[in-house]
Write a protein that binds this ligand. Structure first.
Ligand code: GAL
Length: 447
């Protein structure tokens, strides 16, 4: 039985997933192809040629999955809406079958007493939009707002808060700079317009959601950046990396300006992508909540070759997940306190929108329990230091399609047998259920 965490009464407990990683049914319900369908079909792009074509078959099995969420006692469920289900070609009238699927899912959640928290874009761009430049094309931001209108018109009567984008940093770097994810472009710093156009899309979509009277959030992948040594060259490199990974996204959203990227030889208008008025739109009247996705800290040293102003240094002496990611729970406390110190009153309430780990196939996943427990203690410590954290959504409800790693990295509280689609709750599922229950019981006794 988990120990009680000292978190506020209204603290929200959740779990997260994303459309391409769980839905499958890529050719059903009038869905058009996404960049991930095309990328995954490319030989060598995804480990062992895995694709999201079937994934967890959640498109058909969502009632069973919502029942699993109900069993956990979740307050909220973060999922993403597949743009190519709503607009198969990324433009034009909404596809009724696509809207109907999310309509059913939302109703199923509400019946189970779970608040839906949809993300509008979790990397599965309609392939037709990629053919006109994807997020390198400014017009994609306007298409995103149009798609948002269609979805909000249909669902906002039952959905109070929305996440516009998932991790624009990871999408820009993996998708456009390095080519490890869809759409598989390797443009290095020429990928930067993809950051600006995603943020512009956020700003335009946020305006639509506000017109519908809804709360607006965005989920960023943030990392506390530690310099490898106190050497000024390492400190400068760490600062440059922090600007690229964290501040490139949080500064325009919270302060209405881009950080100094001169260490990268990049001008303030990101090579001409930024037009007058854009930053005002991106910041808007302020976010209602900042979603923080945290996995691990980053250690940075001075560059070893002239290409970039930093190099990544290993974090030694800590456990690692199956992915090889260092397990550093206190990095989450450091990140949260650092955000509060940096942005002060400009920082909206935070929700942890992703946090979790990949391990093997074992059902008795004690390592996951220890990872989650450590990270929740870090949230508790940040709250004790005065950071306003409103909820925690673990990644992920189910084992699922882990992008370039295919089905090899399992992040779920629930094991999925991808041959039979059988779901089996792991020990971490029971642990999380008991943790949530203990929290509720404690507060319902008026303490
Ligand atoms: C995040 C991403 C998720 C999930 C997770 C684990 O970057 O938003 O989709 O894959 O990482 O790697």
């Amino acid at each position: 039985m988990p120990n009680r965490l000292d978190l506020p009464a209204g603290f929200r407990w959740g779990a997260s997933t994303a459309a391409y990683q769980i839905e499958g049914a890529v050719g059903e319900g009038g869905r058009g192809p996404s960049v991930w369908d095309v990328f995954a079909a490319r030989p060598g792009a995804v480990r062992d040629g895995h694709t999201g074509a079937v994934a967890c078959d959640h498109y058909h099995r969502y009632p069973e999955d919502v029942a699993l969420m109900r069993g956990l006692g979740l307050d909220g469920y973060r999922f993403s809406i597949a743009w190519p289900r709503i607009q198969p070609t990324g433009a034009g009238p909404a596809n009724p079958e696509g809207l109907a699927f999310y309509d059913r899912l939302v109703d199923e959640l509400l019946t189970a007493g779970i608040t839906p928290l949809p993300t509008l874009f979790h990397w599965d761009l309609p392939q037709s939009l990629e053919e006109t430049g994807g997020w390198l094309n400014r017009d994609t931001a306007y298409r995103f707002a149009e798609y948002t209108t269609a979805v909000a018109d249909r669902l906002s009567d039952r959905v109070p808060a929305w996440i516009t984008l998932n991790e624009p940093f990871v999408h820009m770097v993996y998708g456009y700079a390095l080519g490890i994810h869809a759409p598989g472009r390797a443009l290095m710093l020429d990928a930067l317009p993809a950051a600006h156009h995603q943020l512009l899309g956020h700003g335009l979509a946020a305006a639509v959601l506000r017109e519908h009277g809804k709360e607006v959030m965005i989920a960023n992948n943030l990392t506390p950046v530690r310099a490898a040594t106190a050497d000024p060259a390492d400190l400068a490199a760490a600062d440059a990396y922090d600007a690229l990974h964290n501040r490139l996204f949080t500064d325009p959203l919270l302060l209405g300006q881009y950080p100094d990227l001169s260490a990268f030889g990049v001008t303030e208008d990101l090579g001409g992508a930024v037009r007058p008025g854009d930053l005002k739109l991106i910041a808007g009247p302020g976010l209602d909540g900042l979603g923080v996705n945290y996995y691990n800290p980053t250690r940075i040293a001075a560059p070893t070759d002239p290409g970039l102003p930093f190099t990544e240094a290993p974090i030694d002496g800590v456990p690692r997940t199956a992915f090889g990611w260092p397990v550093v729970p206190d990095g989450l406390r450091e990140l949260l306190v650092g955000l509060r110190d940096r942005y002060g009153a400009a920082l909206p309430p935070i929700t942890i929108t992703e946090n979790g780990c990949s391990y093997g196939e074992e059902l008795d996943d004690q390592e996951r329990i220890s990872y989650l427990d450590g990270h929740l203690r870090a949230v508790e410590a940040a709250v004790a230091e005065g950071v306003d954290v409103r909820g925690y959504f673990t990644w992920s409800l189910l084992d699922n399609f882990e992008w370039a790693e295919g089905y090899h990295q399992r992040f779920g509280l629930v094991h999925v047998d991808f041959e039979t689609q059988k779901r089996t709750p792991k020990a971490s599922y029971t642990w999380y259920r008991d943790l949530i229950d203990t929290h509720r019981t404690w507060h319902s006794h008026g303490s």
